[in-house]
Ligand binder design. Structure first.
Ligand SMILES: Cc1cc2nc3c(=O)[nH]c(=O)nc-3n(C[C@H](O)[C@H](O)[C@H](O)COP(=O)(O)OP(=O)(O)OC[C@H]3O[C@@H](n4cnc5c(N)ncnc54)[C@H](O)[C@@H]3O)c2cc1C
Length: 529
């Protein structure tokens, strides 16, 4: 097994996209099998050596940054093991260190789709499970959790468990009993808190009545075990895709457009996803009719409404567009905001879907002539690149100014979002600070990035962030909807969970990791251990 300890060689494992400073470790080990991982963990437990699990290091909250002990890198656990087709969809098995973009390409070459799609695709599959990653497509498909069917996990005790969804559940008192290959059990008590009523959540251990034991490990940020192998569910790959970046010169029009696209998508999905799919055939017939005889405007409106089924609805505020204009000169100068949307299509729906989005744009006075659309893969890649460019530019900015990152990841329940967005905007506009607001507006989840230019502004930015956090907690929101807590946000978790809940999380961790070696400092500080 490869082991590296030369400071120059291990430097890249001591940081991540959070740019937290001063990470340090004695060595980085690169196991190649579950048995090797288990052996490392068993030894570390007996010597009380902290172990930080490392994926690709694209995490934004310092989760893989070590502050003692060793780093366990998953880079060499990189086998794509199998794929099976089912009707519909399929399943795939891959090791934790497989790069997400390779996994997605492989799955798509088989005519299938793995929906979780965090914007940064260079992450590892294991990292996305450990953080319950989401992304733009989560609006339609939900987070990573929804697709994990089985996990092979090495525990700190040196045991390896193979957990399949549906096999082990908590009892009515919240006790989980996981059988071990050695014949014994691990017994753990779930914390007594409830999950917030948000569409996304990645803050602390997942808990639900009589939950599946598998769900405990998804989003546990390297604190309960090392995920070695993953079996995922796959869905059929859509035949076609319509993507667009729609610009608006009025914030009110933009929000009206989002509200309507969002509620139509949710409604059409709830009334049977097939409504939109089934409508493919119905629409085809309807539009044949349209070409022959004009249907009434009322019927037209119904057709438009029932065709909208966005899989992504992403927001860019004016400041985000100003940032992006550095790289994309064609961003219209009079745009005050934009929405990136995607909808899956097939040969029979592509025209009607396009017509429906154009009609929605017209209703809400979008800058139609300046907006961008993509129907082929090449153009879609360009739109994705536009979406990806913003967080990358932000991260570069933070690194350049050597300021602590002030970047939010909260989401709030449906009824609180409009007010929350107004609160973000009014607080920032009066602050004089540089900022951007962008992200997953379909899921009531936008990222606010405050860009302090010096320490004074840094302190002001953190004050404003604290006010945002308190407001999010007051309306029943979550601290992190997708990036996790890591080390950067753990102190804020107290605003969302009681002391007792944090202690219960620590007790749960101890059941799986008696010496407290794994992911030290992630989610809660070491004092709770
Ligand atoms: C530009 C940019 C855009 C992003 N956009 C999104 C987005 O849209 N949605 C989103 O969800 N995230 C996003 N992220 C965050 C990041 O990509 C995700 O959190 C990703 O899931 C992290 O994967 P990784 O392999 O890089 O993990 P790392 O950063 O290496 O680790 C993340 C955490 O998981 C733990 N971990 C890693 N592998 C394992 C394992 N095998 N077993 C146990 N624990 C493990 C680590 O200890 C750490 O706590 C973005 C990041 C960047 C830089």
């Amino acid at each position: 097994m490869l082991i590296k300890s030369d400071p120059d060689e291990i430097q890249s494992f001591l940081t991540d996209a959070s740019h937290m400073l001063e990470g340090h470790a004695d060595e980085v080990v690169f196991p190649e099998s579950a048995e090797e991982v288990a052996e490392i963990l068993k030894t570390a437990t007996s010597t009380q050596t902290p172990v930080t699990v490392s994926g690709a290091g694209t995490g934004t909250v310092g989760g893989r940054i070590p502050f003692a002990g060793i780093v366990l890198a998953t880079d060499k656990l990189n086998q794509l093991k199998s794929i099976v087709h089912e009707d519909p969809g399929g399943r795939a098995v891959a090791e934790a260190g497989v790069i997400l973009s390779s996994f997605q390409r492989f799955v798509e070459s088989e005519g299938l789709l793995y929906p979780p799609d965090p914007t940064e695709r260079s992450c590892f599959l294991g990292g996305t499970v450990a953080t319950n990653a989401s992304g733009a497509r989560t609006f339609k498909y939900g987070p990573t959790r929804n697709y994990v069917q089985r996990l092979k996990i090495a525990l700190a005790t040196g045991d390896v468990i193979d957990l399949r969804r549906g096999e082990v559940h908590a009892d009515t008192k919240g006790q989980i009993k996981i059988p071990l290959a050695s014949g014994g059990f691990i017994e753990a008590q779930l914390p007594s808190y409830q999950m917030p009523a948000t569409r996304k959540h990645a803050s602390g251990y997942y808990v639900a009545p009589e939950m599946d034991a598998l769900d405990l490990f998804i989003g546990s940020e390297g604190t309960l075990g090392v995920i070695v192998e993953i079996e995922t569910a796959l869905v059929p790959k859509p035949e076609g895709l319509l993507g667009g970046v729609v610009f608006f010169s009025s914030e009110e029009d933009l929000l009206g457009f989002v509200e309507e696209a969002r509620s139509l998508s949710l409604h059409n999905r709830e009334s049977g996803s097939s409504e939109a799919g089934r409508l493919g055939t119905l629409m085809e017939k309807a539009f044949e009719v349209t070409s022959r005889q004009k249907v009434s405007s009322h019927e037209d409106q119904d057709h438009i409404n029932s065709s909208i089924d966005a899989r992504a609805l992403e927001y860019f505020d004016r400041e985000s567009l100003n940032f992006l204009r550095q790289k994309y000169e064609t961003v219209p100068l009079d745009a005050l905001g934009a929405i990136f949307f995607e909808q899956e299509t097939n040969a029979s729906t592509e025209d009607s879907v396009m017509d429906s989005w154009l009609a929605l744009m017209e209703t809400h006075h979008a800058l139609a002539d300046d907006s961008w659309f993509a129907t082929n893969q090449q153009d879609q890649a360009k739109l994705r690149e536009f979406r990806h460019a913003l967080p990358v530019l932000m991260n570069e900015w933070f690194a350049r100014h050597r300021q602590r990152k002030v970047s939010t990841d909260m989401s709030v329940p449906d009824n609180a979002f409009a007010e929350m967005l107004r609160f973000y905007q009014s607080s920032l506009q009066t602050s004089g600070l540089k900022y951007t607001i962008f992200g997953h507006i379909g899921d009531n989840h936008v990222h606010v990035n405050i860009l302090p230019r010096d320490d004074h502004e840094g302190a002001k930015a953190r004050e404003i962030y604290l006010a945002f956090l308190k407001r999010a907690a007051a309306v029943g929101g979550t601290l992190s909807a997708e990036h996790g807590i890591g080390k950067l946000k753990r102190d804020y978790l107290r605003l969302f969970y009681s002391e007792e809940s944090l202690r219960q999380m620590a007790v749960l961790k101890r059941a799986f990791d008696p010496a407290g070696i794994l992911g030290r400092g992630n989610i809660f500080s070491e004092e709770y251990l």
